[in-house]
Design a protein around this ligand. Structure first.
Ligand SMILES: Cc1cc2nc3c(=O)[nH]c(=O)nc-3n(C[C@H](O)[C@H](O)[C@H](O)COP(=O)(O)O)c2cc1C
Ligand code: SF4
Length: 678
């Protein structure tokens, strides 16, 4: 038996957990019709197969109709969920993991125009900034109804074979009662801490009465809201003690912070560039004070920190939630002493931001997560070894090389630059986004183990590629900034990349015209403003940086607002001309009737990239498929069989930004789904 602290079993009441690593509640927004169907099950089971001790399914499964999901959560108030839950729990148990589910009523943290269009309820009229609904002040009959809804939902989950349920009590209805900031009720549910916690205890009692003792019940709650006038540390400790002393629950799952704003949420679930394990010591203090089973998760992305969390006795179970979205097989790799092979979570929060913006969580650099029904986490060997030549060692090229290597092919990569990484190397120029480089470093180390050959500082030409006698050629050459978008003065502007890379010296009065709305515009603004420039970001869009989603925007705003960067929306830069050593920007608007002139000394354009596709077009006539990809075969997960040229000696494919400007996830997905069948 291993003496690794992480691999020691843990006895949680009657439930034996096989090790100390859990996946905490997180709704990846995969439900179909509010049910955990095949996709949901496949995602969950993959983590159980990977060795995790317990997976907390769902996040915020809804117990009532007036708690409608804001993105896509499980509807625990429907009886039809039971058989779906049963299929999932059986499959997870078969893999040796425990499975629980988090239940909630969102209170004001939702919208009235979702689900059944019912009024949003909360213990006050105060609006939550993030979800914007003005709530109805909850009435006695609402309270009675919701307590019963919780008990009904818990009973459904027990009937479905769950090992237990957890209540979400931070930022949601239970916490809205607990916190003095969001509870304006008079007694019996408002005022003193006794009264404010009454709702929580009524819910717990109703559930316990319904499910009995042989069912795990836990609470995930904030023990310090970190907000003036809110639940402070002292009251949080008191809440912790009262929860324990109630005898109603089996563990505490400690959160520190508040989630009513994007910034608050980002402090609770820290993004890249923020400190690792920021609330671990705090969770340890709660455990020390309560001497009660304590769970905790918040940016503990690596095995060493997780091991420390357990070995130091700060927590009993450590959550590695996003880490398991990036690599579902963490525990298996620890057991096999292959920690180096764990794909690292880089804290990009693409997963979280996407549940709001794109409707499903995807990991920025594991395209198989959430696509378990079609994309493999473990790549199968090919029947025949092929020679695969890849041009470009950015995220697309490296993922192609890794997957081709796993397939057992003979892989050669040409890269014009000195180092691998492409655009990610540029991203990592920002201190705050340095973690992104692990996307490259992990692939390089995997490729090394797989025997992939790299030629850096090599500008691959047609002859370079053909000299390798390839069976398959992958063009992953990326793109170059596209700045030629003005009616006049294109030669006077520079690109966001010029600024980020340091190739162009920052001006002192700078306009950034950003209609790509992605990270590069904000990143350039930060470089410029940090160098002392006065910076204005202008966009024709309704809001600035629409591709940089909620949690990703937080660190930028924290930095850019301090640096006095200004934002101008709904205006379009049309042309630029020189006036002495100044630049005159002619500004119009898509809404018409605007013609302004503004003076700057530098104009920066952020307008995506245009593909570097020369080599692709040169190679095309010599290929057997003339560059064509069968979309049907790609989508269905079948090998590519397009045959258009009898003289063609190799198949030719183009992936990532070499096709069109997209993002890191799209580039990696392009590579995985094509190469897994080659
Ligand atoms: C896509 C996604 C959805 C989440 N939804 C919930 C939720 O509904 N309830 C909850 O308590 N936590 C939720 N979380 C937070 C996680 O449980 C966890 O606290 C957070 O990711 C920090 O832990 P980590 O750094 O190990 O990922 C979510 C996280 C992610 C990534
Ligand atoms: S998107 Fe980023 S934060 Fe989310 S799981 Fe993937 S690497 Fe981790």
């Amino acid at each position: 038996m291993s003496n690794d602290p992480l691999l020691q079993p843990y006895q949680l009441k009657h439930l034996t957990l096989r090790n100390r690593i859990i996946v905490t509640a997180h709704e990846p927004a995969y439900p179909e019709d509010g049910m955990p169907k095949e996709r949901y099950r496949a995602y969950t089971v993959e983590r159980a197969k990977g060795g995790v001790a317990m997976t907390m399914t769902a996040g915020s499964a809804a117990v009532s109709k007036d708690s409608p999901p804001v993105f896509n959560n499980l509807l625990a108030y429907k009886d039809e969920i039971v058989p779906w839950i049963r299929e999932m729990t059986d499959a997870v148990h078969e893999e040796g993991a425990a499975i629980m589910i988090q239940l909630t009523h969102l209170g004001r943290r939702t919208r009235w125009d979702k689900g059944e269009w019912l009024p949003v309820v909360a213990p006050s009229h105060h609006r939550e900034a993030s979800h914007r609904a003005f709530p109805k002040k909850i009435e006695d009959w609402d309270i009675e109804r919701i307590i019963k809804d919780f008990a009904d939902a818990a009973e459904r989950m027990k009937a479905g074979g769950m090992d237990g349920v957890e209540l979400e009590a931070y930022g949601h209805l239970i916490d809205q009662f607990n916190s003095p900031l969001t509870n304006d009720l008079d007694g019996p549910y408002g005022g003193s801490l006794d009264n404010r916690m009454r709702f929580c205890f009524d819910v717990l009692k109703a559930i316990r009465t319904r499910v009995g003792d042989d069912f795990i019940l836990g609470v995930r709650y904030t023990a310090d809201e970190c907000l003036p006038g809110g639940t402070g540390r002292e009251e949080g400790l008191e809440i912790s003690k009262r929860l324990k002393e109630s005898g109603l629950i089996d563990y505490l799952n400690v959160i520190r912070g508040h989630i009513d704003t994007d910034a608050g949420l980002t402090d609770v679930i820290p993004i890249q560039g923020m400190a690792n394990s920021p609330h671990l010591d705090f969770a340890g203090e709660i455990r020390a004070a309560t001497k009660f089973p304590t769970f905790h998760a918040a940016k503990i992305p690596d095995v060493a920190t997780a091991r420390h969390a357990i070995a130091s006795g700060k927590v009993d179970m450590v959550g590695m939630t996003r880490a398991h979205m990036t690599d579902p097989h963490i525990v298996r790799k620890i057991i096999e002493k292959r920690e180096d092979d764990i794909r690292p979570c880089v804290g990009a929060n693409y997963c979280l931001d996407r549940i709001y913006q794109g409707g499903a969580a995807y990991c920025i650099h594991n395209a198989a997560t959430g696509r378990e029904l079609t994309m493999p986490h473990t790549i199968a060997k090919a029947d025949r070894r092929k020679k695969v030549v890849i041009v470009g060692a950015g995220p697309a090229g490296l993922e192609a090389a890794r997957v081709a290597g796993e397939r057992g092919h003979d892989v050669v990569v040409f890269e014009a630059a000195n180092d691998p990484g492409g655009q990610i190397r540029l991203t990592a120029q920002s201190e705050r986004r340095r973690e992104m480089i692990s996307i490259i470093d992990w692939r390089m180390s995997q490729c090394e183990k797989l025997g992939v050959t790299f030629h850096f500082n090599t500008w691959a030409e047609t002859e370079t590629v053909q000299a390798e006698n390839p069976d398959v050629v992958i063009i992953a050459t990326g793109g170059m900034p596209h700045t030629e978008i003005l009616s006049k003065g294109n030669e006077l502007v520079v690109s966001a990349w010029d600024i980020i890379s340091g190739d162009v010296k920052p001006g002192s009065n700078v306009l950034i015209f950003d209609d790509a709305g992605d990270h590069s515009g904000l990143q350039a603004a930060e470089f410029l403003a940090n160098a002392g420039a006065k910076v204005e970001i202008m966009t024709p869009d309704r809001s600035f940086a629409p591709e940089v989603m909620a949690m990703n925007l937080v660190p930028y705003m924290r930095s850019l607002q301090k640096l006095d960067v200004t934002f101008t929306v709904t205006y379009r830069l049309e042309s630029v001309e020189k006036n002495g050593n100044q630049l005159v920007a002619h500004v119009g608007s898509d809404y018409g009737g605007v013609n302004k002139q503004r003076t700057f000394d530098q104009v920066v354009i952020n307008h995506g990239t245009i593909p570097l596709d020369e080599l692709y077009f040169e190679l095309k006539p010599a290929s057997s498929n003339l560059g064509e990809i069968s979309h049907d075969q790609l989508i269905d997960g079948r090998p590519q069989t397009v045959w258009r040229n009898a003289d063609g000696k190799f198949q030719l494919f183009r992936i990532g930004d070499a096709v069109s400007a997209r993002n890191t996830h799209a580039a990696i997905y392009d590579a995985l789904r094509l190469l897994k069948d080659i």
